[in-house]
Design a protein around this ligand. Structure first.
Ligand SMILES: Nc1ncnc2c1ncn2[C@@H]1O[C@H](COP(=O)(O)OP(=O)(O)OP(=O)(O)O)[C@@H](O)[C@H]1O
Ligand SMILES: [Mg+2]
Length: 265
């Protein structure tokens, strides 16, 4: 990987906001973690790796309620996601961006809109409106869609499936189509990748795209060659209450540790 001499100066923008989207099991957590580590090492900038739902302490409670709690009507569900997102943005994402950090989130509001379209219970427009209100229109600079057939993605999930993951093949097919339609409607923001590729190939493609957007051009070629098989860093992706550290940050050199001042404590 890069040493100090290869480092590229931070770009002038105060912060940079990257989201990963796609269905369950497509590789969002894997790819967002690898990208976050790489960006921290390469740029020396603060990188905040987070997720929705459940990127904050309050969010973990809301995540448990929506994914593992009792069945609920669609409006309740939409409002819980929106509440999680409002708190996530207000307490963690926006302050980090204002500090100049690169924020990488595993899901954001496009998930709410696409999953609602999958369920066809509420209008996608209504759900987008609630979400946009919740975050005061903060949108990612780039959104990476990992596109994969839901059956193939489901086969990758070894743990017990949560309430939404059990929702059925037709639901997941419509959700996938909704993600693709949103991406097609806003190609400047979205990068659509075929997630049947290997972990390393996907990460290389993502690094090339993000490096170009962040004007890290000297390292674009390097990005394609440096995707190492990264060891398990103990970053547990299960839904257990202790399995996730909100606002996990990667500082210069890639050392993982709690991000100070992230507002998530
Ligand atoms: N490109 C890939 N090829 C094969 N297996 C993969 C690939 N990417 C991820 N995996 C594996 O698939 C499983 C799911 O990956 P991961 O947890 O990153 O997906 P996810 O999109 O975050 O899932 P979830 O929606 O459940 O949070 C993991 O065991 C991971 O190692
Ligand atoms: Mg995940």
């Amino acid at each position: 990987m890069s040493d100090g001499a290869d480092r590229v100066d931070a770009v002038s923008a105060p912060g940079y906001f990257i989201s990963f989207e796609g269905g369950d099991g497509v590789g969002k957590s894997t790819q967002s973690r690898l990208l976050g580590q790489w960006l921290g090492e390469l740029t020396g900038r603060e990188v905040v790796l987070t997720r929705e739902p459940g990127g904050t302490e309050l969010g973990k409670e809301l995540r448990a309620a929506v994914l593992h709690g009792q069945d609920m009507d669609p409006r309740t569900e939409a409002l819980i996601y929106a509440a999680d997102r409002a708190h996530h943005v207000a307490s963690l994402v926006r302050p980090a961006l204002e500090r100049g950090a690169i924020v990488v989130t595993d899901r954001y509001l496009d998930s709410s809109v696409a999953y609602q379209a999958g369920g066809r219970e509420l209008g996608a427009d209504e759900v987008e409106l609630i979400s946009r209100w919740a975050v005061q229109d903060l949108m990612p600079d780039v959104t990476i869609l990992l596109d994969l057939d839901p059956a193939a993605a489901s086969a990758r999930i070894r743990r017990q499936h949560d309430r939404l993951e059990r929702a059925g093949a037709e639901f997941h097919r419509r959700t996938r189509e909704a993600f693709l339609a949103r991406a097609a409607a806003d190609p400047d923001r979205w990068v659509v990748l075929d997630a049947t590729a290997s972990i390393d190939d996907l990460q290389a493609q993502i690094r090339v795209d993000v490096a170009a957007r962040l004007e890290l051009t000297p390292v674009v070629e390097e990005a394609e060659d440096t995707v190492a098989a990264e060891p398990d860093d103990g970053f547990d992706d299960t839904d257990s209450a202790i399995g996730y550290t909100p606002g996990l940050g990667f500082g210069p050199g890639g050392a993982a540790g709690p991000t100070t001042g992230s507002g998530a404590a």
